[in-house]
Design a protein around this ligand. Structure first.
Ligand code: UD1
Ligand code: UDP
Length: 372
């Protein structure tokens, strides 16, 4: 029996790793062990509850306003005895968070093989997203199995000199997660408030956007919403206190915008499915919205998800106030521009990525995913 430990710690990793946990549990040849770092607390727990995943280990490292030093050093110290005690045959980490980097580094120190889920995403600018671009490149150096969500991600790894035999194109497991969440009969009080008005869905949290960029983003949003009182905006606000301060300063008192606590994953996916358009700096939301054909204005200067931009559903608008204002106004006022972006497509997966990862781990083979 192969012992596979899955290590994750934040909301998006949990959303993308729980489908893998559930799939591995069905495989006879594999014994999955779940270790959460607790880099996030309530935002992580809400996802674990939704998937009914109970961790075998919880390192509980989160503290308010944690720094990258805090996260990295706490995980390195706390995970060592877990890895030494369990002696897994393989550890799976996900994507680009500091949890993923620190867990992979710990495995490297103990010479435990690492599998990287969502491998190969790149901007090739280690300042954006920060520190995620560094984290995923560093995990890429360590990892023995590379589960690339798309052909383009696999191509990056090949160009970087990774062994092609270690790379598997699987699709992104976030699309698997959406099989559990989106419902026809879904309702929510905020959707009732929005009624038949156009619903604008907003999220923001990136570290490199904290400070002035985030203020500019919020000012642009407020100016558009003031000019379009018929729109209703819902902004589930990240728990980072620095995000909350900026949002409170710029958006307080905006009558057609509701700032609410983070939505559960199920709520979030159902809001995405029903919104008119989305403004975000999130990675996961860039992958989810194309499924619903909801245009996304990506408030970042660069994206590691170019497939969504190429499909036409995502548009990069940076963090300058005037550019966001102009693009947001255009999508509200120019129907042709809106229609050109609003079409459903699946550039990120077919909902079977976890199955492919489990197949590979169980049998050494999996059918690659091809888009289209
Ligand atoms: C982290 C990841 C980022 C990912 C994001 C998803 C790193 C460096 N960053 O960023 O890649 O996009 O998660 O959301 O790994 N907090 C709570 N409760 C929670 C979660 C967060 O109070 O459940 C607050 C804490 O004060 C914490 C702060 O949010 O200090 C920031 O959390 P942190 O994990 O450091 O960074 P994120 O910006 O969430
Ligand atoms: N999400 C959620 N509730 C919210 C906002 C986002 O469940 O209030 C989900 C969203 O559906 C996506 C994931 O969280 O799957 C994205 O996480 P986040 O934006 O925090 O991180 P990123 O993807 O940028 O790393």
């Amino acid at each position: 029996m192969k012992k596979v430990m899955l290590v994750f710690g934040t909301r998006p990793e949990a959303i993308k790793m729980c489908p893998v946990v559930l799939e591995l549990k069905t495989r006879k040849g594999i014994s999955p062990v779940v270790c959460v770092t607790g880099q996030h607390r309530s935002m992580l727990d809400s996802v674990l509850d939704a998937f009914h995943v109970v961790p075998d280990y919880d390192l509980s490292i989160m503290k308010e306003n944690q720094t990258l030093f805090d996260i990295t050093s706490s995980i390195l110290s706390a995970i060592r005895p877990v890895l030494e005690g369990e002696k897994p045959d393989l550890v799976l980490v996900h994507g680009d968070t500091t949890t993923s980097f620190a867990a992979a580094l710990a495995c490297f120190y103990l010479q435990i093989p690492v599998g990287h889920v969502e491998a190969g995403l790149r901007t090739y600018d280690i300042t954006a997203p920060y520190p995620e671009e560094f984290n995923r490149q560093a995990v890429g150096i360590i990892s023995r199995y590379n589960f690339a969500p798309t052909a383009a991600a696999a191509e990056h790894l090949i160009r970087e000199g990774k062994d092609p035999g270690s790379i598997y194109v699987t699709g992104n497991t976030v699309i698997d997660a959406m099989r559990y969440t989106v419902r026809e009969d879904y309702t929510h009080p905020e959707l009732e408030w929005a009624g038949n008005h156009r619903l604008i869905f907003i999220t923001a949290h990136r570290r490199e956007n904290l400070g002035m960029p985030m203020h500019h983003m919020f000012r642009a949003i407020r100016r558009v919403l003031d000019r379009h009182p018929e729109c209703r905006a819902v902004y589930p606000i990240h728990m980072n206190p620095l995000v909350r301060e900026a949002a409170d300063e710029e958006l307080r008192g905006c009558e057609n915008l509701h700032m609410i606590e983070p939505l559960s994953m199920i709520d979030c996916h159902n809001f995405e499915a029903r919104c008119y358009l989305c403004l975000t700096d999130s990675g996961g939301i860039q992958e989810e919205c194309p499924t619903f054909g909801r245009p996304v204005l990506v408030m970042r200067n660069t994206t590691e998800r170019p497939e969504g931009v190429e499909s036409g559903v995502l548009r990069l608008v940076g963090t300058e106030e005037e550019t966001i204002f102009r693009n947001f106004m255009e999508l509200l006022e120019d129907q042709a521009a809106y229609d050109a972006m609003a079409h459903a497509c699946s550039p990120f997966g077919d909902g079977r990525a976890s199955r492919r990862i489990a197949d590979l781990l169980e049998t050494g083979k999996c059918e690659p995913w091809t888009a289209g």
